[in-house]
Design a protein around this ligand. Structure first.
Ligand code: ADP
Length: 448
């Protein structure tokens, strides 16, 4: 028999004992039932007294010591006081942990704001208060976007796409660049990290300015050198042994000119993150120009195919788009060995407009694909330089696509050829009445 049963047995025994005693005393005075009733009333009083002491202690348990009772009541009191002690212990632990968290979050170099599903402020640390100008007492429960009054930030929260960070400028006294990264959790709540990236933004601007200025400064002397080299290399009196080095100098000066003009183009593209509005472009005509220039550039080295599968126009900056598409066409021509095939394709579907250049060249091993659009990144540096590339072509294409809200996708397999596709958003497509295709599936006169 365990302790619980024993206590119950003892309590029952006591009640029975008191009842029997009452009966006996009542019997002795000639009123056994009165005796029993009196004894039971006394037992009930005892119970009430214990109940009262227990209730009193429970109400004031933080100040009072537990009542001293034996038997069943003692068991109840000791169990309740054990539960109470355990609860106190956990409470202290949680409090200590919470204080620790608060202290560590205060020393964090980044701002942290916790928002509920309605994007109202639940909590923020000291750094977030400093960066965003939040006040502890008054700003809890207020929608963060309405406090910051930065339309771009409001759009970032409303859009709900937190795959990338948002960088924007805020003026509180002097201009500060802030970077926001939201992380959703639970049911629509957000943890928002805020960082002061003013220093990085300044360095970035300095870097961009430096590249733009250096390219600009180098352009004029290089134009003079290239001009003289051209004149000299066509000079009939030039000694025969000077001709090869002169040719090489010309070739290298042309490469330098190409690099500088690409650097300047990249600088112009980087000068703003804003989307270009552009004008309506006849893509069919643009592809015809690209195909013509490609044939002129490469003689009959490759078979060139043009597949225009839609007559829809595109709203874009024609100069930028031509430059991007030409870079892809030029690469295909440079890297595809003679006898290969180059296909230019334009089509429109529910996702938007797509321009692709497919070649049957050497292809690109998969480990290079993620880095291909970095500046000066080359799969085979020696060969790319021989082909006369600046190493900036794909970086330019990527930027042009970004400025149009589109993206560059690259599919390639070593030894199988490559496909570079520019995906442009559906909002830039200007639908045209459908031209009836011939039986080959392409509009008349659009297949090379
Ligand atoms: P580059 O001026 O060197 O061509 P790009 O930025 O245009 O610079 O291209 C980067 C690198 O990607 C190239 O050096 C080349 O190694 C690789 N590449 C680009 N297009 C192709 C292609 N069509 N086939 C194979 N490799 C390519």
């Amino acid at each position: 028999m365990d302790g619980g049963f024993r206590a119950w047995g003892y309590a029952l025994g006591r009640v029975v004992g008191v009842a029997v005693l009452g009966l006996l005393v009542g019997w002795a005075i000639g009123h056994p039932w009165w005796g029993l009733a009196g004894a039971l009333a006394l037992a009930a009083l005892g119970l009430w007294r214990n109940l009262y002491r227990l209730e009193d202690w429970l109400r004031h348990r933080n100040r009072m010591t537990p009542p001293d009772a034996g038997g069943l009541w003692g068991d109840v009191v000791s169990q309740v006081s054990r539960l109470h002690r355990r609860k106190q212990f956990h409470k202290q632990r949680m409090l200590a942990l919470f204080r620790e968290l608060r202290r560590s979050s205060a020393s964090m170099p980044d701002g942290v704001v916790v928002l509920n599903a309605g994007h109202e402020i639940l909590w923020f640390n000291r750094k977030a208060g400093e960066l965003l100008g939040l006040r502890r007492k008054t700003d809890f429960g207020i929608p963060l976007a309405s406090l910051l009054r930065l339309p771009e930030f409001g759009r970032y929260l409303a859009k709900g796409d937190f795959s990338s960070a948002l960088r924007l400028q805020r003026r509180i006294g002097e201009a500060v660049w802030l970077e926001f990264q939201a992380m959703p959790y639970g049911e629509g709540q957000l943890v928002l990290l805020v960082r002061d990236v003013t220093r990085q933004a300044q360095l970035e601007t300095m870097r961009k300015d430096f590249v733009a200025n250096a390219s600009h400064e180098l352009r004029s002397p290089l134009t003079v050198i290239a001009g003289y080299l051209e004149t000299l290399s066509t000079e009939p009196d030039l000694p025969a042994d000077l001709r090869p080095p002169m040719q090489e100098m010309r070739r290298q000066s042309e490469r330098m000119t190409a690099i500088i003009s690409d650097l300047l183009e990249l600088s112009r593209l980087e000068a703003s993150d804003e989307q270009v509005a552009g004008e309506e472009i006849d893509v069919t005509a643009l592809l015809a120009v690209l195909a013509r220039d490609l044939r002129t550039r490469d003689g009959a080295r490759h078979e060139v195919e043009v597949r225009v599968e839609s007559g829809d126009r595109l709203r874009a900056d024609e100069g930028l788009l031509h430059s991007a598409f030409w870079n892809l066409v030029d690469n295909a021509s440079k890297y595809t060995p003679a006898g290969g095939r180059i296909t230019l394709r334009w089509w429109v579907d529910e996702d938007g407009g797509h321009f692709s250049v497919t070649d049957t060249g050497p292809g690109i091993p998969p480990e290079h694909l993620p880095r291909l659009t970095e500046r000066f990144y080359r799969v085979d540096p020696g060969r790319a330089r021989d082909a006369g590339g600046s190493g900036l072509g794909l970086a330019i294409v990527r930027h042009v696509m970004q400025r149009h809200g589109g993206e560059l996708a690259i599919r390639s397999e070593a030894g199988q050829g490559s496909t570079f596709t520019c995906h442009l958003p559906v909002t830039r497509i200007v639908r045209q009445p459908v031209a009836l295709p011939d039986e080959s599936g392409y509009a008349p006169g659009q297949r090379a």
